[in-house]
Design a protein around this ligand. Structure first.
Ligand code: PEP
Ligand code: MG
Length: 603
């Protein structure tokens, strides 16, 4: 989180920087929405008031439920995929950690309902604070949102007073909950700027689905801006300008027009194949973490699912999914993508994702511990259930299996023994399956790179996982913000590893792809092309942009770029070589490629 000011808050222009959460450019007036001023006072109640206080809380909870129900009914079509957020809020209203705990507090400590709620919320906050998985940890904001709604009802305060604004505004807030975001009159909102949040927060996800520019994690912004002041928001780079001067307004007016034009052109062409000017073709596919992302992926022009992170079928529950459940989920995915291929990755938990259904004893370094394929090879039933489900689905559509965290040939040999057993079982049971399902390994451990020539003889495809490859080869914990600035896909050592893996695959005649975050950064697309990758898989949002860049590339020139990059001594040198290439050959695509270059540590 950075806060940069070019001028003091003296009425002049103020430049601040946050994290770009949803792309686009907005120029308009500010509306400051600061709900932190909600003051919760502690009041003691008399014994005879306890029952009515409990009832007051129950009535507020019921009203909150009715409000959420009304929001669900009036949900605009574009937001239908986010219905689950509001449904979760409804469930939370019934959660014993909030409601029962608060009632207990009122009864035992004889305090007012608002205070009791606050106390329960703090308890839940502490519990969430220990969760390692960022996505789940951030769901605390949903709990906070539900509690805020009940407290508003208890105190008679209204929700967001946005409807009074007839002209569109840029909403600047300490934090915006997903429900706030849905509630805001979207015609009236030009952009969001918040002090809190991250790219994975629901608010950011909703802003992206609505196509509203958003910048999050702008430290202290609500202190520096007032409602009614002018602001420029660059959701592409994360820059904001409060009280912008004429030059800035002129610059961003151009940038905005250019962005809109680009976006329209890209979306129109997102279903065209990604083929370079000189005929090199790349299959651009989607990374899927939740089943409901499939529609967006298809609409964005995905040519398949290059990485189905199956963990979503296991998290948030106390038991393990059955073979039939997995079969159904994979079948749905394969059917909806058909005839495009789906690459199903076997379970990758144990690094920064943990299952309550499969407790493992605490490990000092979980990222280096019993994670991914290591866990599956230890818990054979867990592995077999997945493999059986995957093979059963193979009879109905095009799928491939991808194995994570492979460090050498012995794991793939062990895997094959298990695969043969699974096939034999299925044959004996008369269950049809595709005998020739393609097998692939993630290249994300340095020894896999060193062994790539031999691994390539064992499997049908490679998928380079740069997120972990960078973590394991540069010794940088990918979830540790203190070393995040060192995390750099342009480190010459990383570029050489990608090159070495791609060459090993090419020499053996197998498909080589990439599914780490690096694959979805348009600035790096010429590198992917130059490395000769057959397919790249990324979040759906990046697909139209990356396809667009590929169509503007010349594969011959990209290969020259890679040759130059392989001579670089430092990341800085590599960055300069890439910048030079982009400036020379893709000057019109600057707004797509530039931000990523400026912010290599953003991943
Ligand atoms: C990777 O490591 O690059 C990858 C795609 O896998 P994950 O991010 O799920 O670990
Ligand atoms: Mg990985």
């Amino acid at each position: 989180m950075t806060e940069k000011m070019t001028e003091k808050d003296n009425g002049g222009m103020l430049h601040m920087k946050g994290i770009s959460a949803s792309p686009g450019v907005a120029i308009g007036r500010v509306f400051v929405l600061d709900r932190r001023n909600r003051r919760i006072f502690k009041t003691y109640i008399a014994e005879h008031e306890v029952e009515s206080e409990v009832q007051r809380l129950r009535t507020a909870v019921q009203k909150a439920g009715e409000q959420i129900q009304a929001m669900l009914r009036s949900m605009p079509d574009e937001l239908r995929e986010h219905i689950a957020i509001l449904e979760t809020h409804q469930l939370m209203l019934k959660d014993s950690m909030i409601l029962d705990k608060s009632i207990d507090m009122i009864q035992r400590k004889m305090v007012n309902a608002e205070w009791a709620l606050d106390h329960s919320l703090n308890h839940v906050r502490r519990l969430f604070g220990h969760i390692q998985d960022t996505y789940i940890r951030e769901r605390i904001h949903d709990v906070e949102d539900v509690v805020a709604r009940i407290q508003d009802i208890l105190s008679g305060t209204q929700g967001i007073p946005m409807e009074q604004h007839t002209n569109p505004v840029v909403v600047v807030a300490h934090d915006l909950s997903p429900a706030d975001t849905i509630q805001l009159n979207r015609k009236n909102v030009l952009a969001f700027v918040t002090e809190m949040g991250s790219r994975t927060s629901h608010t950011a996800i909703i802003a992206r689905s609505l196509g509203i520019p958003a910048v999050v994690a702008v430290a202290g912004v609500t202190k520096y801006v007032f409602t009614g002041e002018d602001i420029v928001v660059d959701g592409i780079t994360g820059d904001i300008f409060i009280r912008p001067d004429e030059d800035i307004i002129a610059h961003y007016t151009d940038k905005q027009a250019c962005y809109i034009q680009h976006r329209q052109a890209m979306l129109l062409q997102s279903h065209l194949p990604a083929v370079t000017a000189d005929g090199f073709s790349v299959s651009v596919q989607a990374n899927i973490e939740l089943a409901d992302e499939l529609d967006v992926a298809i609409a964005s022009g995905a040519e398949g699912v290059g990485l189905l992170r199956t963990e979503f079928l296991y998290v948030g529950r106390n038991d393990l999914p059955s073979e039939d459940e997995l079969f159904q989920a994979y079948f749905e995915c394969v059917k909806r993508m058909s005839p495009k291929p789906v690459t199903i990755r076997t379970l990758d938990v144990g690094g920064d994702k943990f299952l309550s259904s499969l407790p493992v004893s605490p490990q000092t370094n979980p990222a280096l511990g019993l994670r991914a394929i290591r866990l599956c090879l230890k818990e054979i039933d867990l592995f077999f259930t997945q493999l059986r489900a995957i093979y059963r689905v193979s009879a109905f559509g095009k799928l491939r299996i991808l194995f994570p965290l492979i460090s050498g040939c012995s794991e793939i040999q062990q895997i094959k023994v298990h695969l043969n057993s699974v096939k034999e079982q299925l044959r004996a049971e008369g269950i049809p399956f595709d005998e020739d399902v393609k097998l692939g390994v993630m290249i994300e451990v340095p020894t896999a790179v060193m062994m790539a020539d031999l691994l390539a003889k064992e499997v049908d495809f490679f998928s380079i996982g740069t997120n972990d490859l960078i973590q394991y080869s540069m010794a940088i914990d990918r979830v540790n913000e203190h070393v995040a600035h060192l995390y750099d896909p342009l480190h010459p050592g990383i570029l050489r590893m990608i090159h070495r893996s791609a060459e090993a695959g090419r020499l053996q005649g197998i498909q080589v792809g990439m599914c780490g975050e690096m694959a979805g950064e348009p600035a790096y697309t010429p590198i992917m092309v130059g490395m000769g990758l057959d397919e790249i898989s990324m979040n759906a949002d990046s697909i139209p942009k990356v396809k667009h860049i590929i169509r503007r590339c010349n594969a011959g020139l990209c290969r020259e770029l890679v040759n130059r990059l392989l001579t670089a001594c430092t990341s800085q040198e590599a960055r300069e070589i890439l910048e030079d290439f982009l400036g020379r050959y893709l000057p019109d695509e600057r707004q797509l490629t530039h931000p990523y270059l400026c912010d290599a540590a953003r991943h």
